[in-house]
Design a protein around this ligand. Structure first.
Ligand code: FO1
Length: 324
């Protein structure tokens, strides 16, 4: 069976560890990773979602933080801060820096991000095919109010990490999305999949940005494969991260059903066939079934591998019942 997932960082990566646990030897799991969180820092290209997916699936992640490397040290960060070099609010650990150095060297040698990701995964062996959504630069900027009552755009990482998503979102702009081309193999991974999975990633700045790359949303609408997702919202609050601020800023209903309806039914020109909601959101099941999105409520707290494997099993079971 060919499974293709569109994923962001921490939440998606944890879920995918459970999905990978279910794969039979001849199954293939392709993960299309969000790259709109990427940021250039100290002359290095940092790809937070690709690295979180690679480290989490490759066994190198710091489990407590959910990002960056286990057994990390922060010597370089401390030295940069001692020189007064900004930004100091984004922590790059010493082990993590090696990934960004290799990636930046390969970029400067002319390799595309997709080839670099494949090369980095040679070491980490994530057990999935990890592909960036595009080899072209796409960068999420968040528009917020400025002191003079105007508006200004800041990099997603500044909004997310420095501001902790604490200010109202006036708009979200994916810079470069209008010209970015899907990376090699991405459109085929969607059109040739037997099942397409949307892990519990942020619908705006992770899955939304992947959908913003030319051809990907259309490929989802066109595929015969069932498209089944897992709600990143439990009882009206983002399980991790601060998705609720982003949803409010864009006028999307901040609920398990709201995210599913944002992706849309096939009848409405959307692509969502099935949607798992947490046991606390059972009211969403009837609402979604009524509009043609097959929905079930199951425990969605990703406390450990057993929990995520159970969630993944529920995802594939729901998809099996939807094969068109
Ligand atoms: N998140 C933080 O809250 N604080 C950080 O200092 C931070 C550093 C960082 C470094 C590398 C990396 O791959 C991720 C990092 N993140 C940090 C997480 C990152 O902001 C998020 O994982 C994604 O961008 C959102 O999914």
């Amino acid at each position: 069976m060919r499974i293709t997932a569109l994923s962001g960082g921490v939440g998606g990566a944890r879920y995918l560890r459970g999905l990978r646990a279910l794969l039979a030897p001849d199954d293939e799991l392709t993960v299309i990773g969000n790259t709109a969180d990427d940021i250039w820092l100290f002359g290095l290209k940092v790809c937070p979602d690709l690295d979180t997916l690679m480290y989490t699936l490759g066994g190198g992640i710091d489990e407590h933080r959910g990002w960056g490397r286990a057994n990390e040290t922060w010597g370089a960060r401390e030295e940069l801060a001692a020189y007064g070099v900004e930004p100091t609010w984004f922590g790059l650990g010493d082990r993590d820096l090696a990934t960004h150095i290799v990636r930046t060297q390969m970029l400067q040698a002319g390799y595309p991000l997709s080839a670099i990701t494949t090369a980095l995964c040679e070491r980490w062996q994530p057990g999935v095919m990890l592909v960036p959504m595009s080899d072209d630069r796409v960068e999420t900027h968040i528009v917020i109010a400025d002191e003079a009552g105007g508006r200004r755009a800041i990099h997603f990482q500044e909004y997310w990490v420095r501001l902790r998503a604490s200010v109202p979102v006036l708009d979200v702009v994916a810079v470069g999305a209008d010209t970015a081309v899907a990376a090699p193999g991405v459109l085929e991974a969607v059109s040739e999949a037997d099942v397409i999975v949307l892990p519990p990633s942020n619908p705006i700045v992770s899955i939304g940005t992947i959908l913003g790359v030319a051809g990907i949303a259309d490929a989802l609408r066109a595929t015969q494969a069932p498209v089944v997702g897992v709600s990143p919202i439990i009882a009206g609050a983002a399980v991790r991260g601060m998705a609720d601020e982003l949803l409010a800023g864009l006028g999307i209903e901040n609920s398990a059903a709201g995210v599913a309806l944002h992706y849309g039914t096939r009848a409405d020109g959307g692509f969502l066939d099935g949607w798992l909601v947490h046991t606390s959101d059972g009211d969403a099941v009837g609402r979604l079934n009524a509009v043609g999105i097959a929905s079930r409520s199951v425990p969605l707290l990703m406390s450990d591998l057993t929990a995520t494997t159970t969630m993944a099993r529920a995802t594939l079971d729901l998809a099996a019942g939807l094969s068109r």
